[in-house]
Design a binder for this molecule. Structure first.
Ligand code: ADP
Ligand code: MG
Length: 417
């Protein structure tokens, strides 16, 4: 849940920052706004892997590290980029479930994506970051705490006001959309100034008995750091696809001899990354040399071409399922808001409104979507299949590179007036 941010009428000038804690990477960037709606300059983007020891450290260690990184980022700036003595306004883009109490505060509900700092749960994440930066003597104000999907929606909306849905497919997966305030039961009785509100769905935690869950999914979930949680995310997101493929290969190698003696490495959780899955899936060398190389890294050598082809097929099946489930999720949102050609689940729409199909933009970002072509193609193909050719013409899926961070910085800018 976030406060309505609608009507980003950005006449604001100035420099704004975003610090984004994702599941695998953290990013820091600076944007400059020139006071004209069209003038948005993304000046500096830094992207680093989150050191893995931080994921199960303490909140103090994690936030000290983020503050330290922020300090280094600022030190690199030329003196001209920000006049001395001016407080820097920062958005904290945070890709984990939060219970918001204001635009700039909220407590962590739970960790996902392998993070395990239990003492952090229930703490205000923006306050933790502000505290760490104050301890370093940085003159930075954490002006907004923003879910990554909401950041992506903001950038999408800034470029194109038909953007009503944003989805992230990265290490994890989540979506948000613009809802009519009167259709949100939770908000009844709240004073709102706008007719719409962004709903952060946390769809990674969606579950239904209709989802095609296999024994590999069940085992992956049971052995994860958050069992019985984030069931949808575990079938579609980047952290998990590689591990599903690993489990299938391991099983085949245990019940047959096609992979030779079972490599002990195949039992190591998350050794096979989704990056390697896409590299194998999209291997266009005639002898599937990429597949051979990656299998060798897993302790599986000298498998015949026929078996390498089978591995490509496994990657295809797992990724196709993910892409199609992702598309079903997007179609579900479009149905909820009446943009799937049916008029919507929520009441109060007139007949003429039902028949009129509006152009709808879905902003998408995240490393899985941006870099794994086959995932993207399966998702987009299934979306057309579900919506039908006619309705699909009105639905535009737009990639938003770094959208969550840039959009979060824009939100901070919109708060300045
Ligand atoms: P974060 O989740 O930290 O915000 P990204 O959105 O960049 O970061 O997503 C990173 C994830 O995207 C990686 O962990 C990986 O699962 C997936 N990914 C990145 N590149 C590729 C690729 N070439 N093929 C398949 N998956 C990829
Ligand atoms: Mg992300």
């Amino acid at each position: 849940w976030v406060k309505p941010f609608l009507l980003l009428i950005l006449t604001e000038k100035g420099t704004y920052y975003a610090l984004h804690l994702g599941g695998t990477y953290f990013r820091i960037l600076r944007v400059h706004l020139g006071g004209e709606r069209s003038y948005l300059d993304v000046q500096d983007v830094e992207r680093h892997p989150i050191p893995s020891h931080l994921m199960d450290s303490t909140s103090e260690v994690l936030f000290n590290f983020l503050a330290f990184s922020m300090e280094r980022f600022i030190e690199k700036e030329g003196k001209e980029s920000n006049s001395q003595g001016v407080k820097r306004e920062l958005a904290f883009t945070f890709s984990f479930p939060v219970k918001h109490s204001s635009i700039s505060s909220g407590v962590l509900i739970k960790w996902t994506k392998g993070f395990e700092i239990s003492e952090m749960v229930g703490k205000d994440v923006a306050e933790c970051l502000q505290g760490a930066m104050n301890r370093r003597g940085l003159d930075i104000h954490v002006a907004a705490l923003v879910n990554d999907t909401v950041g992506a929606l903001s950038l999408g909306y800034y470029h194109d006001p038909d953007t009503v849905v944003a989805v992230v497919f990265g290490t994890g997966s989540n979506a948000c959309y613009l809802e009519r305030t009167d259709a949100i039961i939770k908000s009844q009785g709240l004073l709102t100034t706008s007719g719409s509100m962004v709903v952060n769905m946390e769809w990674g935690n969606f579950w239904s008995s209709h989802l095609p869950r296999t024994s590999y999914d069940i085992d992956l979930d049971a052995e994860s750091s958050n069992p019985n949680d984030m069931g949808f995310e575990k079938m579609i997101a980047g952290l998990y696809l590689g591990d599903i493929v690993r489990r299938v290969i391991r099983h085949m190698s245990q019940v047959s001899d096609i992979f030779g003696p079972t490599s002990s490495m195949l039992s190591e959780p998350y050794v096979l990354r989704t990056n390697s899955v896409s590299a194998m899936h999209e291997d266009d060398t005639p002898e599937l040399q990429q597949v051979a190389r990656i299998l060798k890294d897993l302790g599986v050598s000298d498998v015949p071409l026929k078996v390498r082809k089978l591995v490509v097929k496994i990657c295809d099946v797992v990724t196709r399922r993910a892409g199609r489930l992702a598309a079903a999720g997007i179609a579900g949102i479009l149905k909820k808001v009446g943009r799937d050609g049916s008029g919507g689940i929520t009441s109060g729409r007139s007949r003429s409104e039902m028949r009129m199909q509006k152009r709808t933009v879905v902003a998408v970002e995240g490393g899985l979507y941006m870099n794994y072509t086959m995932f993207r193609e399966y998702m987009e193909e299934a979306l057309v299949e579900i919506l039908g050719e006619e309705v699909s013409q009105y639905v535009v899926v737009k990639a938003m590179e770094d959208g969550s961070s840039i959009g979060s910085a824009l939100l901070v800018a919109s708060l300045q007036s």
